[in-house]
Design a protein around this ligand. Structure first.
Ligand code: NAI
Length: 248
């Protein structure tokens, strides 16, 4: 096992599926003690149990859009120590064109993808500052859609663009408090979220990707590993595009 993250506590929201699960696995492989925080308690527990050195890890059922639920998560993590890594990966889509979009589709996506990042980040920044500015690396999983827009995703793209603005503002506020804040902007990645898209649409998307294929969740996890570790010690407020060249 690599010691790149040598026993540091890492909290991964949405850590039970797709990209978040790959991030949990990669951080654990490199020595982190991972807390898999997810709405889906069964998958979160199973993911934590299957990580290397499983006794070092834990899971917690948490709804990032709910402040009380996030308070419960931060109390669980406090009992383990002070986290050094926070990955905000929980996210949902509720696609519709603007003309057909229901208020519920708008509100729920904003609540999870954007307000969730606020709740969880605030809780763990407080923990860090209260512990003598304990070093913390926050990695927000945004999306290339936040920069480019996407048909049928005004709600989702607005949240992912919002996460970029949040990342840069928090990076400026927290740089002198030992907290780095960066974002990863994945392109189209093979996960349960994109499995829901029609294969013909995915094939059409691949034609526009210079590398000619969708990304693997592990390829996003490796970019998160870089931002989580000291290899990126002078990097804050950055947006790292991992898209197979889709956005240049
Ligand atoms: P996924 O659907 O496989 O995983 C999302 C996870 O988030 C699930 O385990 C789900 O239970 C959890 N979750 C949903 N709502 C939650 C809540 N309120 N509180 C806590 N956990 C919650 O999706 P995927 O594809 O792995 O996406 C992960 C992140 O990556 C999302 O933020 C997504 O927007 C982003 N992303 C995904 C891309 C893709 O092509 N798959 C591309 C760009 C960004």
């Amino acid at each position: 096992m690599s010691a790149l993250l040598g026993g540091r506590i890492a909290v991964v929201t949405g850590g039970a599926s797709g990209i978040g699960k790959a991030i949990s696995q990669t951080l654990a492989k490199h020595g982190a003690r991972v807390v898999v925080a997810d709405l889906d308690s069964g998958n979160a527990a199973a993911t934590a149990k299957a990580l290397p050195a499983s006794q070092s890890h834990s899971s917690f059922a948490c709804d990032v859009s709910n402040a009380d639920s996030v308070k419960g998560l931060s109390e669980h993590v406090k009992s383990l120590g002070t986290p050094s890594i926070l990955v905000n990966c929980a996210g949902i889509t509720k696609d519709s064109t603007l003309l057909k979009m229901k208020q519920e589709q708008w509100d729920s996506v904003i609540k999870v993808n954007l307000t969730g990042v606020f709740h969880v980040s605030q809780a763990f920044v407080k923990a860090s500052v209260d512990n003598n500015n304990h070093p913390l690396s926050i990695i927000n999983v945004s999306s290339i859609v936040g920069k480019m827009g996407n048909f049928g995703q005004t709600n989702y793209a607005a949240t992912k663009a919002g996460v970029i603005g949040f990342t840069k503002s928090a990076a400026k506020e927290l740089a002198k408090k030992n907290v780095r804040v960066n974002a990863v902007l994945p392109g189209f990645i093979k996960t349960p979220m994109t499995e829901a898209m029609p294969p013909t649409v995915l094939a059409e998307i691949c034609k526009g990707i210079p590398m000619g294929r969708m990304g693997e969740a592990e390829e996003i996890a490796n970019s998160v590993l870089y931002l989580a570790s000291d290899l990126s010690s002078y990097v804050t407020g950055a947006t790292l595009e991992v898209t197979g060249g889709f956005s240049m």
